[in-house]
Design a binder for this molecule. Sequence first.
Ligand SMILES: C[S@@+](CC[C@H](N)C(=O)[O-])C[C@H]1O[C@@H](n2cnc3c(N)ncnc32)[C@H](O)[C@@H]1O
Length: 257
Amino acid sequence: MNTDASIISIEYLDILRSLPEIQAYKKISYELLNIKARQKILEVGCATGEDVRALAERVGLKGQVVGIDVDIAMIEEAQKRTKNASLPIKFDQGDAEKLNFADHSFDGCRAERLLHLLDQPLKALQEMTRVVRPGGRVVLGEPDWATLAIYPSGPSIDTSVFEFDQSAIMGRRLSSLFKQAGLQVLKIVPVTCVITDFSLANQAFHLKSQILSAVNRGMISNSIALEWLIDLAESAQKGEFFSSLTGFIVCGQKPLD
Ligand SMILES: C[S@@+](CC[C@H](N)C(=O)[O-])C[C@H]1O[C@@H](n2cnc3c(N)ncnc32)[C@H](O)[C@@H]1O
């Protein structure tokens, strides 16, 4: 499964954000941060800043939300989208694996669909833990691509022909990484995203490129792949197409000293 950061475009993020399940997933993660007015929250991998703006509503004008992203184009877009909002927000370019903040400088930290893109996910989580105060919360959500389900899938083919490396299964690894980073796991919440529109599923779950990659790795032949794609397109026309993917939100707390 391709978890390459280079496939993340602003357009792709806007499409995903429009899905009701992603909206629900975001709301759950905001609630789990247990935010109080005047708190200082860090959003890592903030992209175009929608979550930063939503969190800023919760900390109030006397709090602060800082959003960082390694991609300067995302930070510029986040600033552009925030121009007219009078919210206590700051955006900066920064690397999740080497956070440029002092120990204990935030009350909470949130990241969404970030760790599966990183070479050193544990290092990033350790950094988030370091910059959060004792008793503060860290809330992360990650997809688990090995839960991808597609219908129709044919008698001899299904999503088992896709390749799922350790990054692709970040959702199920997340609570273990929290423990390794020294966080106490308070809650694990599964969120399943169902898409019955083939074209949308293709964009959100990269279906065609995954089928193509299965051909390139010799898992299925060209003709089987073609047959599958025709089957999917026909089922879409009849309104019978189904796809789903489950992600996991983990809420952790930094122990009091
Ligand atoms: C899937 S997007 C986050 C989506 C966002 N939560 C939303 O709903 O729009 C992941 C973001 O992490 C950023 N990113 C990737 N590697 C990073 C790193 N090492 N440090 C900080 N941000 C990183 C990417 O540029 C991208 O904007």
